[in-house]
Design a protein around this ligand. Structure first.
Ligand code: 0A1
Ligand code: ZN
Length: 871
């Protein structure tokens, strides 16, 4: 157990920086175990005070410190494990430091480290302090000049901004000097050095400037960066058109690295990507990989304005850049791939990750007010709910006022570090609205529960809709206030035709009801026929809604709601109710048959987009079902879900087989949305058929796997075989590994598919795989492919009644925490929900959390999450 309890950082304690640094010159002398970093800082006192200069620095070997050219004696400065303190400094001076660091042995992958024989950096959130002494906080913005010197065995020497000089040195060494004209916080600093191939392109911006685009990858991999390059160019154009934002440097670079804790990083002019989110070709990447690459390339690029040019004052404001940038990348993806399908996917992800977070011990507001380790707050709440909040803001004030507010924000805050309050102020000014209530969305944790009931008066032809809101308590926030919630709604009649209505005398097909109190009632007039209410269209707010709708109403919506989100939602709700009833021991066989018939009709709708039908066919996930009714029994949910899938597989067998053969691809692979949608539907049909594990299905799946001309279909086949099990699956697994063992990103998929296997043997298999020669827990992608996939996506085996699944996860967390706390902490989440499970399971989960907490030398990262989970 730790002896001292770490102290939280609080938003209310924010003070402006004591010193500012306008300019910095860094000089790196790179060597794997002994890199020297010289820093020359132009420092100036900020405000009238006599504080000493206090700089963050961790794991640095201090060589020297000088003030205005004079070397300091040891007695003139203080150094401990976290800070360098220099008392009695002048109001303006030059500080020079030299430190030594060991990138090769940096397995935490924060600061400067080595991946695949190359140097690279990760500084967000607090990694820069592992490179040099510095006020490591986002509100100190400086102009960086960076000189990199290295052996020529590291041919490319890259940093932020523009290359201003390069040359040869004696002894087989060379150097490069980079200058970034835009002041930036240190978390946006980046350096890369090593052997790389580059894919180059150009883009002419809206004002006619030509920008060089370069994507650096492992030697031999340049062709696999082509899709990322295409996505980058589309992102740059989209940001000009949708937000009027132009790129600002003459060069934009992306580098792919294989060892990376997160997805990607928006360093100014030099984005660094996890290679899994950059490299793609049809043979090795699935459509889902292509889709994620497109959205992450866009996300990181969009940060150039929302994050880099305007950054966060402190880390409590993280959603200022992340929620906004997710909103921007989701809008981009919707424009690229279709609004309804994109919205459904985004909402599925929100529910799976953020709603779960909000129901657990780690629930926190979009803008939290205290933390121990900020790295633990890169959460679905900050990112995805942060985006939902902006989406609601746009719905509430309208698209024109929203755009005007964004323009004002860019104009007012360019070059600064700011806060969420200032951001919202821009929209209040642009719209002339009082948005003070809206701020509650940033400060209040928890998912509001809405209940909607409606009363139709045939004689008066009026419909009264009453909507009540309530947010359940979350840790530290026992009481909640009502929030402004936009509920988009429309009416159908019993035949599924849209019904117009009058609201305050205005004839409408659709309206937005804004809830501002605990209960709101609206009266719609001119409702000629008995209505079916379609509410929360497009998922207009991140809430859980229950309504008084009957199954027959949901069938009307499923068959013909013009709002495709709600059409999909109706299917999901019907399925959810049927599965939950079965899991509770009360199967509704008649209802299941009726559902299967309705799904059959939806599948035969020629007008519907295949990508949409694929989503319709996928039953609610087990983690999603576990949230719906508590305490959750993962085994019962798994069985009930499989039973419904089996019924669909049997009832729709002929339709599904016809779809499967009819959608077979001929001709060249294209990653575009329409082709991907057809593959998604074909694979969804196969996955559903696999619920019926007959010899015939196994043969179909094996044939699918063998005939696959791309990774999407190969994985579709392998996943179906995994569900069926047996010799065909084992043969395919072996074949897959033999074929792809030299391709790390594909080997990750091989690990992941085995981790998702619901068969009883899966935990043994997963544990066995930790001893596989290709299992390298120091590589976060490989670790996540096996361990995180198992714990998050295989509920029935993770929640094994023996507790062996929990023990396995806890052992992995403890092992990884020794060298990579950030990644270890991200594995804690599946244990955190222990209160939501049947007590026999919950107690075993809790015991593992306690065992972790009692372990020697736990990192702050894991300590924080485990304590909160137990708290
Ligand atoms: N800002 C990046 C994600 C990121 C966050 C934290 C990291 O290390 C603690 C690394 C990357 C993004 O939003 O893409
Ligand atoms: Zn981001």
């Amino acid at each position: 157990m730790r002896t001292e309890t770490p102290q939280p950082i609080r938003l209310s304690d924010y003070r402006p920086p004591a010193f500012l640094i306008d300019e910095v010159a860094l000089a790196f002398d790179l060597a794997p175990n002994t890199t020297r970093v010289k820093a020359r800082l132009s420092v100036r006192r900020n405000g009238a005070h006599a504080d000493p200069l206090k700089l963050n620095g961790e794991r640095l070997k201090l060589i020297s410190v000088a003030v205005d050219g004079r070397a300091l004696a040891e007695a003139e400065r203080e150094v401990d494990a976290e800070f360098l303190t220099v008392p009695g400094v002048p109001d303006a001076f030059v500080l020079e430091t030299e430190v030594e660091i060991d990138p090769e042995n940096n397995k935490a992958l924060e600061g400067l480290y080595m991946s695949g024989g190359r140097f690279c950096t990760q500084c967000e959130a607090e990694g820069f302090r592992k490179i040099t002494y510095w006020p490591d906080r986002p509100d100190v913005l400086s102009r960086f000049t960076v000189r990199i010197e290295a052996d020529k065995a590291f041919p490319h020497l890259l940093s932020n901004g523009n290359l201003i000089e390069k040359g040869e040195l004696s002894g087989g060494r060379h150097y490069a000097v980079w200058n970034d004209p835009f002041p930036k916080p240190c978390y946006l600093f980046a350096l890369v050095a090593g052997a790389l191939d580059v894919l180059e392109d150009k883009l002419v911006t809206m004002s006619g400037r030509t920008v060089d685009l370069r994507i650096y990858v492992d030697p031999g991999m340049a062709p696999r960066a082509a899709y990322a390059m295409d996505a980058l160019k589309r992102s740059m154009k989209w940001d000009e058109e949708a937000f009027g934002r132009e790129y600002d440097l003459d060069l934009f670079m992306i580098v792919a690295v294989r060892d990376f804790n997160f997805g990607a990083m928006e360093n100014k002019g030099l984005n660094i990507f996890n290679s899994s989110l950059l490299l793609a070709d049809p043979a090795t990447a699935t459509d889902m990989d292509y889709e994620r690459i497109e959205s992450v390339v866009a996300h990181e690029y969009f940060h150039n304005w929302t994050g880099d040019r305007i950054t966060c004052r402190d880390w409590f404001q993280l959603c200022l850049k992340e929620g906004l940038t997710v909103f921007r990348d989701q809008s981009f993806s919707a424009d690229m791939r279709g609004h309804a399908v994109q919205r459904i996917k985004d909402v599925k992800a929100l529910r799976a990750r953020q709603f779960a977070e909000d129901q657990g011990p780690l629930a926190h507001p979009v803008r939290p007010s205290s933390y121990l380790k900020i790295d633990n707050f890169y959460t679905a709440t900050i990112y995805e709910k942060g985006s939902e909040v902006i989406r609601m803001l746009k719905t509430l004030i309208g698209p024109e006022a929203f755009r005007a507010g964004m323009d004002l924000y860019f104009e007012r805050w360019d070059g600064h570090a700011t806060t969420v309050e200032e951001f919202i102020k821009c929209f209040a000014e642009a719209s002339g609205r009082d948005l003070s209530d809206f701020f509650g969305w940033y400060e209040q944790a928890g998912t509001p529960r809405l209940s909607l009931s409606s009363a139709y008066d045939v004689a008066r032809r009026t419909l009264e809709v009453e909507i009540a809101q309530e947010t359940p308590p979350t840790p530290g926030q026992p009481t909640k206030t009502a929030l402004p919630i936009p509920v988009r709604l429309g009416l159908l009649d019993q035949d599924g035709r849209t019904q117009a209505f009058l609201r305050d005398g205005e004839a409408l097909d659709e309206t937005v009801v804004v809830l501002s109190e605990a209960k709101t009632t609206v009266r719609l007039e001119g409702v000629d026929r008995p209505p079916v209410v379609s509410a929360l269209r497009g998922f207009s707010a991140p809430v859980v809604m229950t309504t008084d709708a009957q199954p027959k109403d949901r069938y009307v919506l499923l068959a013909g709601d013009p709002d495709l989100f709600n059409r999909w939602e109706a299917g999901q709700e019907l399925a959810r109710e049927l599965i939950l009833a079965r899991a509770a021991g009360q199967p509704d066989e008649v209802g299941e048959e009726r559902f299967a018939e309705a799904m059959g009709r939806a599948l035969s709708d020629q007008a519907a987009d295949p990508a949409f039908k694929a989503l319709l066919l996928a039953m609610p996930s087990e983690p999603d079902l576990a949230l719906a009714r508590q305490p959750a029994d993962p085994a019962a949910l798994h069985e009930a879900r499989e039973a419904l899938r089996l019924r669909l597989a049997v009832h729709l067998a002929e339709d599904l087989k016809r779809l499967h053969s009819g959608l077979q691809e001929s001709g060249e692979f294209s990653p575009d949305a329409a082709s991907a949608g057809r593959r998604a539907l074909r694979n969804a049909a196969l996955e559903l058929l696999a619920a019926n594990p007959k010899a015939e299905t196994a043969e179909l799946a094996l044939g699918h796997y063998r005939a696959a001309g791309n990774m999407t279909d190969a994985m579709g086949g392998l996943a179906a075989l995994m569900l069926i099990g047996g010799p065909e699956y084992e043969a395919a697994l072996e074949d897959f590994y033999a074929k792809w063992k030299a391709e790390p990103l594909v080997v990750d998929k091989w690990f992941a598919v085995q981790a998702r296997d619901p068969d009883e043997t899966a935990l043994g298999r997963v544990m066995g795989l930790t001893a596989h020669p290709a299992f390298d827990p120091k590589n976060p992608n490989r670790l996540r492919a096996l361990v995180s996939t198992f714990a998050n996506f295989n509920p029935v085996r993770f929640h094994d009644p023996s507790g062996a699944g929990y023990r396995f996860l806890a052992d992995q967390i403890l092992a990884v925490d020794r060298y990579n706390p950030m990644t270890a902490a991200r594995l804690v989440d599946p244990l955190g929900g222990w209160r939501r499970y049947a007590p026999a399971l919950g107690q075993l989960m809790k015991a593992e959390l306690e065992r972790i907490l009692a372990s020697e030398g736990l990192s702050k990262n894991v300590f924080e999450l485990v304590t909160r989970a137990l708290g």
